[in-house]
Design a protein around this ligand. Structure first.
Ligand code: FAD
Length: 341
């Protein structure tokens, strides 16, 4: 299949704000487009309020925006979004399509890959262009074998080459005042198989984990407290966000898109507090960017203490309520007042 040299990014946005992951992807898309011989960067943007964010997307690196600003486009209807990208890809034939590995991003990417009968490499941690048999190919790296190996995957025959990228991997370039071309497109209407019943806004403790300065990671040890209510309380007090380990997801305490680890997201906050997290390699390898780690676990030999800056070996049932009470008491006070107490 002959393709034009375009690298596309799916522009996820909500309430007029572009998902920060998209801005990071745009910078990477520019690099990849350059490496595939002067290619250009296209963005697929849909939804009623999308017109207001086109300037931002150009400034961060888009050359073209395929804009479906139809009020009928429902961004939580991942099937319609996939139909849109697939139809556009058939028409314009991009070389590469990048998606943030967000909840909707993962779903739309997978649906699009099936429609286009192409490959999709998920949860990538690096992207490069390599030459194989005289043809430039995207080499997508993923973490494997419990974080002890990096596996590079190519999609040599099918096009477009599609990947989802883990959050926090590519930081956005500094925006420049740029303009580009808007191509107005229409989404083909088909009877919807999915219906949005209700949109529930995230609470403060469920804010973006990738952007959070304070992250509270809940592990299986929170089971002794009957769930993560106190982890959420701690995060709210510190203006942070709550994520967790796989067992915390499996227990239904947090959603899958807030799972920290090899199969989830990487975090790099100023402060990471782990509560009953043993520190398995699949978790630990993705929190190394945290500036300070406070770990609380009842097992003094838990591997998490090897990477913690401050460790408390003790029972969460006793420590966590005391920590919350103490933080609540000192909140808003100056260090001088606190040291006098
Ligand atoms: C291919 C693969 C991919 C994976 N991907 C991920 C991933 O992305 N993310 C992820 O998290 N895991 C992942 N895992 C699973 C991972 O190996 C671990 O099983 C998981 O991280 C353990 O989670 P945990 O620390 O919450 O639970 P556990 O390992 O069971 O640890 C619970 C901790 O709580 C402590 N505890 C218990 N009760 C208390 C108490 N009352 N007070 C204080 N401490 C207490 C215990 O001492 C223990 O250290 C993956 C595994 C595989 C094989």
């Amino acid at each position: 299949m002959n393709t034009v040299k375009q690298v596309w990014v799916w522009a996820e946005h909500y309430r007029g704000s572009v998902n920060p992951a998209v801005l990071g992807l745009l910078g990477k898309a520019r690099e990849l487009a350059h490496e595939i011989d002067g290619g250009s960067v296209g963005v697929v943007l849909a939804g009623a309020d999308s017109k207001n964010i086109t300037d931002e997307l150009f400034n961060y690196g888009a050359d073209f925006i395929y804009l479906a600003d139809d009020t009928s486009v429902n961004l939580s209807d991942t099937e319609s979004c996939a139909r849109l990208v697939a139809e556009l890809a058939r028409q314009y034939q991009p070389e590469i399509v990048l998606w943030g590995a967000t909840g909707p991003g993962k779903e739309i990417a997978a649906r699009t890959a099936v429609r286009l009968n192409t490959g999709l490499t998920a949860h990538c941690i690096a992207l490069d262009i390599v030459e194989i048999d005289g043809r430039k190919q995207l080499a997508a790296s993923v973490s494997g074998w419990g974080g002890s190996a990096v596996i590079r995957i190519t999609c040599p025959k099918q096009r477009p080459q599609m990947v989802t990228v883990k959050a926090g991997i590519f930081t956005s370039v500094r925006p420049e005042k740029r303009t580009g071309k808007i191509i107005h497109v229409k989404i083909t209407q088909e009877p919807a198989r999915l219906e949005t019943i209700e949109v529930i806004e995230a609470t403060a403790s469920a804010g973006s984990l990738e952007q959070a300065e304070v992250v509270v990671a809940a592990g299986w040890g929170m089971n002794s407290l009957g769930g993560i209510a106190q982890a959420e309380e701690l995060a709210n007090l510190l203006g942070g966000s709550v994520g967790g380990t796989r067992p915390a997801v499996d227990a239904g305490w947090i959603s899958h898109d807030r799972m920290i680890g090899q199969s989830g997201i990487s975090v790099a906050p100023r402060l990471l507090i782990t509560l009953g997290v043993s520190g398995a390699a699949q978790f630990a390898s993705t929190v190394t960017g945290a500036k300070f780690i406070l770990a609380i676990d009842k097992n003094p030999d838990a591997p998490i203490f090897e990477m913690a800056d401050l460790g408390i070996a003790g029972d969460l049932q006793e420590i966590l309520p005391r920590l919350i009470t103490k933080i609540r008491a000192v909140k808003g006070k100056s260090w001088t007042d606190i040291s006098k107490e």
